[in-house]
Structures are given as structure tokens and as C-alpha cells.
Ligand binder design. Structure first.
Ligand SMILES: Cc1cc2nc3c(=O)[nH]c(=O)nc-3n(C[C@H](O)[C@H](O)[C@H](O)COP(=O)(O)OP(=O)(O)OC[C@H]3O[C@@H](n4cnc5c(N)ncnc54)[C@H](O)[C@@H]3O)c2cc1C
Length: 381
């Protein structure tokens, strides 16, 4: 079926991004996987091309366009070449709403120009060693002392954790008030008492810096609180999580499509028992099933992107997109490894790397189980 999500300007933008990936990313990504991190310079180069902060108003260096189709193009092009080390999706898709929608003018002036130029890399610290799915169980505190908060606590598994200059940190400003005691404060590189822990060694996505963050009596100005008042954090997170989940689903479907295409090509060329392995009925049936499901996923997902643009994407719809597409991605990648035989287990084949990189997709951004909880709760039993 013909895909009708994009207009001509998106197609032109895709060419720019594709060319950027071929020139600035693909030749280096294997080295970045060894290094466990992507150099900051590549962020600046992407910023120069206008790859960050579409929704950032023009006066702050952005494009002033709220159109998630541009974000979609970037994620798809990153995934198409397997450049899972680039934390651009987190910066563009997940962080932009916090920085654009929840900041006052003074904060916009401080942060948005760097956000759009790629000189100021962002991260979000929700998860702690003792609380992931159960966000209300976080223990990091921010105690007000005059015009500062004193922040103490620890975060883990933070994407862009090493490279980030500005971190939205989920804190308890009133530990006795449940969800209403949660706030978001911006912690900046260089603040005394803010340190990074290990760049964590992961199963896949080796070029992505995923790290621990520590806060020991960090004095954060009250001017770094997001929103007009304390206690809004939980609701601010709930508002923004659907877009985060959609971004993960975009990556999932792009990865499934890419791996499927590569595998079909592989099955055209690999022979066994005197014929292409694509001639075996089992191969064709497996590929037929996967191709069907990926097409269905594509259409639901594109509809979600349109709904997001129209301000109509619900938390339930985003949860459906997130769990179903990421589970599908894992299924597709796993079946495609099988169709590659032993070569599917060799890291020189993209399908093997895709297998390692895809596993986390059903976990971060809210696990499959939590997504089903969100959907299940909507039935109002
Ligand atoms: C590579 C990577 C990058 C990440 N990036 C970030 C980031 O940038 N910022 C950030 O804040 N976090 C990040 N995370 C953390 C991620 O969001 C959490 O790992 C995830 O939300 C799950 O939390 P948890 O690990 O504490 O697992 P737990 O919450 O302990 O869950 C363990 C298991 O219990 C299940 N479970 C939990 N509660 C329920 C329930 N109510 N019903 C049924 N089953 C349940 C879960 O589904 C899971 O299977 C990242 C994680 C990884 C691996």
C-alpha cells in the first residue's frame, strides 16, 4: 500500500538527513560502538543542518514548526543505517516538549538556542535503581532552601547520560504528597555535586552513552523548576510520555522494515539444496507473515503520527503503538536471524546487530506490561 504520510518538503528533508548519515555517521559508527559514545561534534554538525528543535520558535534558533513528521524522518533514517548510538530521538522527540512547552521566557532564552544548535545535549532522569515502572516510588529529593533546591539522589539507565549538558530530573519536592509531590528540575553540567557514574555496558546499542547520574547536595536555582509551581511533575510527565512512546514505535517499525528488506535480499541470494532459500515454502510463509504484520503496523503508526500532529494522540493509542510495534520488531528480527542461518549470528551482518539493538525496545519508555496496564485501565472495569 502506498504510504501517504509525507509531503514533498519531508522527502527533501529526508534526502538531507540521508546524506548526512552517509557522510558523518555511517563511516564512524563502528568506532563509536567500540568507544561506547558518540562524539559531541556530530551533534553540532547535525544542528547546523537544522536537525534539532523543529518546534523551537525561530527567535530561539529553531524552525518554529510543530510537525512530528520531521522527527519521524530523522528516526527512520537513523534506524535505516543502524546508527543506534545517536541519541537524537531522545533530544528531539522526547525532550523538546519539556523545553518548548514547559519553560518560561527566561528559561527559553537560556536553553533553546543551544538545544537547537546541538551544542546543548539533553537527557531525562526518571529511573532510579529502586524505581523504574513505578515512577511514584522515586527517592531523589529537592528540598527548598531560599532561592535554591538542594537535590540529593541517584538516577540510572540515563540515555545521553555522559554527553548531556542539561538534564530534566524527576524529584520529590514533597515526599509525603504522592504524585502531587513530584516536580521536574533542570540540572546543568558543572553544578557542584552533580556527577556521572558508569557509562553502562549494554547488550546492544553500544555507541549510546547510557549512564548513572548522582546528585549530592546539588544547589539548583528555583529558576530551574519546570512549570509555574512545584508538584506538577507527574502530570507533566504523563502529558509527554505519549510522544516518547510514539518515537520508540517509529524506530520499531523502521527497524522491522529495514531488517525485513535485508532478509528478503539475503534469501534471494543464499542457496541450499540447489535452490535459493527463498524458494522454500517455509521461508516464503515466514516472510509473508512478517511483511503483513509490518504493513499493518506501518499504517496504524502513521495514523498515530497524524493524530499527534493534530493534538489528538491519546495515552492509550500511544501505548498500543508502543507495545505492539516493539514486540513485532523483536519477532521480526528474531525470525530474520533464523532465516540467515549461522550468518545471522555474526555481527558483520546487520541483522545480528539489529537483534542486539532491538531487545531493549519493549523495556524502556514503559515496558510492554505497563503499556497493557494503561490500555487495560481504559476499560474502566
Ligand atoms: C538502554 C536503556 C535506556 C534507558 N533510558 C532511560 C532514560 O533516558 N531515562 C530514564 O529515566 N530511564 C531510562 N531507562 C529506564 C527504563 O525506562 C526502565 O528500565 C523501564 O521503565 C523499566 O523499569 P525497571 O528497569 O525499573 O524495571 P521494573 O519496573 O523493575 O520492571 C521489572 C519487570 O516487572 C514488570 N512490572 C513492573 N510493574 C508492573 C506492573 N504493574 N504490572 C505488570 N508488570 C510489571 C515490568 O514490566 C518488567 O517486566 C532506560 C533503560 C534502558 C535499558
Amino acid at each position: 500500500m502506498r504510504r501517504d504520510l509525507f509531503d514533498e518538503e519531508h522527502d527533501l528533508f529526508r534526502e538531507t538527513v540521508r546524506e548526512f548519515m552517509a557522510r558523518e555517521v555511517v563511516p564512524h559508527h563502528a568506532q563509536w560502538e567500540k568507544d561506547g559514545i558518540v562524539p559531541r561534534e556530530v551533534w553540532k554538525k547535525a544542528g547546523e543542518l537544522g536537525m534539532f528543535g523543529f518546534s523551537v520558535p525561530e527567535e530561539y534558533g529553531g524552525s518554529g514548526i510543530s510537525d512530528f513528521r520531521y522527527n519521524t524522518v530523522i528516526v527512520e533514517e537513523i534506524i535505516r543505517v543502524g546508527a543506534t548510538g545517536l541519541g537524537f530521538g531522545l533530544h528531539n522527540d522526547i525532550m523538546a516538549p519539556y523545553l518548548v512547552d514547559l519553560t518560561n521566557d527566561e528559561q527559553k532564552q537560556r536553553w533553546l538556542p543551544g538545544f537547537a544548535s546541538g551544542e546543548l545535549i539533553t537527557a531525562i532522569g526518571m529511573t532510579e535503581p529502586g524505581a523504574g515502572s513505578d515512577l511514584q516510588g522515586i527517592r531523589t529529593t529537592a528540598v527548598r532552601e531560599g532561592d535554591h533546591y538542594v537535590v540529593n539522589g541517584q538516577k540510572t539507565f540515563i540515555t545521553n547520560g555522559i554527553n548531556s549538558d542539561l538534564v530534566v530530573v524527576v524529584v520529590k519536592t514533597d515526599p509525603s504528597a504522592g504524585a502531587r509531590g513530584t516536580s521536574l528540575v533542570m540540572v546543568e553540567r558543572g553544578m557542584e555535586g552533580f556527577t556521572r557514574g558508569r557509562n553502562l555496558e549494554k547488550v546492544g546499542m553500544h555507541a549510546q552513552d547510557t549512564a548513572e547520574l548522582f546528585f549530592e547536595n546539588v544547589r539548583v536555582p528555583v529558576a530551574n523548576l519546570l512549570g509555574d509551581e512545584e508538584g506538577q511533575g507527574f502530570f507533566q510527565l504523563m502529558n509527554n510520555l505519549p510522544q516518547e512512546r510514539l518515537s520508540i514505535a517509529v524506530a520499531a517499525v523502521a527497524a522491522a522494515e529495514t531488517v525485513l528488506e535485508e532478509t528478503i535480499e539475503y534469501c534471494r541470494n543464499r542457496t541450499a539444496f540447489g535452490r535459493n532459500i527463498g524458494k522454500f515454502q517455509n521461508t516464503r510463509f515466514v516472510l509473508a507473515e512478517l511483511a503483513t504484520e509490518v504493513d499493518i503496523a506501518r499504517h496504524y503508526l502513521d495514523k498515530c503520527v497524524r493524530a499527534l500532529n493534530a493534538g489528538e494522540l491519546t495515552a492509550v493509542d500511544a501505548a498500543k503503538a508502543k507495545w505492539w510495534t516493539t514486540e513485532l520488531q523483536n519477532k521480526v528480527v528474531d525470525r530474520c536471524v533464523q532465516l540467515h542461518g549461522g550468518y545471522g549470528y555474526m555481527l558483520e551482518y546487520p541483522v545480528a546487530k539489529a537483534w542486539l539493538d532491538s531487545r531493549v525496545q519493549t523495556i524502556y519508555g514503559g515496558t510492554t506490561e505497563i503499556m497493557k496496564e494503561i490500555i487495560g485501565r481504559s476499560f474502566d472495569f
